[in-house]
Design a binder for this molecule. Sequence first.
Ligand code: G3H
Ligand code: ZN
Length: 308
Amino acid sequence: MTSNGTLSNTSKNTLRDVLTRLEKEGAGLGHFNVSDQVLLKAVVAAAAETKLPVLIGASEGERDFFGARQLAALVKSEREQSDVPLFLNADHTHSLAKALEAAKAGFDAVTIDFSALPFEENVARTKEAVQAIKAVNPAILAEGEIGDIGTGSEIKETAQGGKLSTPEEARQFVEATGIDDLAPAVGNMHGMLKSMVQGKAKKHLDLERISQIKKAAGVFLTLHGGSGTDDEHFRKAIAAGINIIHINTELRVAWRESLDKSLARDLNEVVPYKILRPVVDSVKQVVSSRLRLFHGQTVSPEAVETVA
Ligand code: G3H
Ligand code: ZN
């Protein structure tokens, strides 16, 4: 850990610095969730392959499975060997205790998520969590959430999500809580419909609303529920003010499909690293393809295929 407590190697490479630089370049930072070391290896390999920074995310459920301190230690170790910045976010954190646990473990960012509560309660609980984690480490990036975009990075039967966020709510929420980064509801949704997994349908965003919210909020913006979003909408959302994009279900779909295939290839194969190597490669392809898109690079048709 650095003297300011985060996992960053140098002060030049803080998450805030990278976000500021990417915003100037018109690029977005990819946030990819991991629940195990296969997914972590895939995300780190994609960052190395593309030479682009990544934000590694783990929700409360993913952290419970992995171990928050164990994940922080692994990311610290990967970072020491990496030429590109790797950051770690405590995604969808629903309690003060879990936010503090992540801050003390050395996470670079915490997504404080009380968005299921009424607005005033969301403000009060978020503000309390921001103050608590900044008391542990002032350099931590504190994200707050407003609106309803459904829950769970899973394959869903029907669309979820409620009312979209307004610029006025965004302004009030940022002013009252002291967050560094806001995650609004702008047509995004957690998880994917079956038609999206099959590549037959895409999520579309309210781009005008994103730019109005950016002006009103004046902070970094995060787009949750990125899986299955139309490529052109991703590009335009970044141009409208989105700084961080969360992708999870697409990785889970690639993980599951490639694991099924790998297991079916030879029923007598029992060597874990032989079974799991193709899984790492498949997830890596999805992450690399999304990273290139968020940085305005051309994505090959084969790479798009693996995402669809
Ligand atoms: O926090 C995680 C994400 O918002 C991921 O959403 O599963 O729709 O990509 P997704
Ligand atoms: Zn999310």
